[in-house]
Design a protein around this ligand. Structure first.
Ligand SMILES: Nc1ncnc2c1ncn2[C@@H]1O[C@H](COP(=O)(O)OP(=O)(O)OP(=O)(O)O)[C@@H](O)[C@H]1O
Ligand SMILES: [Mg+2]
Length: 334
């Protein structure tokens, strides 16, 4: 099953070609430099830049895969969740190509792309838990099968990626902050500053990161003496990682599922990767991550998710853009 994937849900313009689970090409045109001066994604600018970059990204992905449209079986495109203006560019281009070539166009939930991305290069038996830690989401899903997901936990306020980005902004590290904080924290002391590990009282497994953000602001603005930048970053990062690892661990125990896939932009974090792997080794759990190039937004994970769904005869999503889109119902036991 040869599929051209198109992903424009936020600020990365991406196209890829897959053949079943094999990625033949993956092109990501980042808009980081465009948005860096504003300290965050400006939706209107993102949509305009997608429009400028999308044709070239598709052309390059097709060329690198040595593919022509006659050799494809379908076009897969992200239809949400994301910025509607950005999504509309990908959806319009995909549908235009579909009309021109006669290829079917298959709508994909961006979150399903992330959840299944660890399976691009790794195996994990079903059922497993998938923790998405990205710019817009922080949630844990019980993956019963491809296409069958139950939400076991989600965040009540910020996502882990937002916590990294906002913390990095307060520390003057630049944008996007997650990777910069990861790098700055590398040689820092994780115990130098004690930041809170947030918990929602009424919901045992829910995430909350707003208190952590406030706590960093208070530390920077109300205290006279400060630890080094490296130590603050390492301590702040540790508070996020600690919550993610302990919550995922609790859920694996409660669900009786000792298998975890971690995905989304924050899954590129070196400390999170180390801490989750340590937890897995100590508790006999199998852990998989996507390769670093498939952690942040990319069209390969969209085409890959479409390939797995099509193999099982599952239908594509409707082709209209939506900003919010759940991946599945809440898991009652959680
Ligand atoms: N090494 C890293 N450490 C921590 N965070 C990181 C790292 N690399 C990227 N990130 C964070 O990942 C986030 C971007 O991830 P991703 O591209 O998956 O999110 P998104 O597509 O914007 O959101 P969503 O997938 O929820 O719609 C940003 O918040 C960024 O700071
Ligand atoms: Mg994403």
């Amino acid at each position: 099953m040869r599929i051209l994937g198109i992903e424009t849900s936020c600020d990365d313009t991406s196209a890829a070609v897959v053949d079943g689970r094999e990625v033949l090409s993956s092109v990501v045109s980042s808009q980081d430099a465009l948005h860096a001066v504003y300290g965050g994604v400006v939706p209107e600018l993102a949509a305009r830049r997608h429009l400028e970059s999308i044709q070239a990204a598709i052309g390059l992905a097709m060329k690198r895969a040595c593919a022509d449209f006659d050799s494809l079986d379908a076009i897969a495109v992200t239809r949400g969740p994301g910025l509607v203006g950005s999504l509309l560019i990908g959806l319009s281009v995909a549908q235009g190509l579909g009309m021109r070539t006669g290829l079917p166009v298959y709508g994909v939930n961006h979150l399903e792309g992330h959840v299944l991305s660890p399976l691009i290069e790794s195996e994990l038996a079903l059922p497993f838990l998938a923790m998405i830690v990205s710019g817009g989401h922080t949630a844990v899903y019980l993956v019963e099968d491809v296409g069958s997901y139950k939400e076991a936990a989600s965040t009540r306020d910020d996502s882990a990626g937002e916590a990294f980005d906002k913390g990095a902004k307060m520390l003057g590290l630049g944008y996007p902050g997650g990777r910069l904080m990861d790098e700055t924290a590398r040689d820092g002391n994780r115990a130098a500053v004690v930041f809170p590990r947030g918990r929602v009282r009424a919901e045992r497994f829910a995430f909350t990161f707003s208190g952590l953000k406030t706590s960093l602001w208070d530390y920077l603005n109300k205290q006279q003496e400060h630890a080094s930048l490296e130590d603050i970053c390492a301590s702040f990062q540790e508070a996020i990682v600690d919550v993610l690892v302990s919550r995922a661990g609790e859920l694996m125990t409660v669900c009786g599922v000792p298998r975890l896939a971690v995905a989304g932009g924050v899954s590129a974090n070196s400390r999170l990767r180390g801490a989750v792997a340590e937890y897995g080794a100590a508790n006999g759990c199998e852990i998989v991550f996507p390769p670093l190039r498939y952690c942040t937004d990319n069209a390969a994970m969209i085409a890959h998710a479409a390939a797995l769904r099509m193999e099982r005869g599952l239908p594509g999503d409707p082709l209209h853009a939506v900003s919010r889109l759940p991946l599945g119902p809440r898991l009652q036991a959680a």
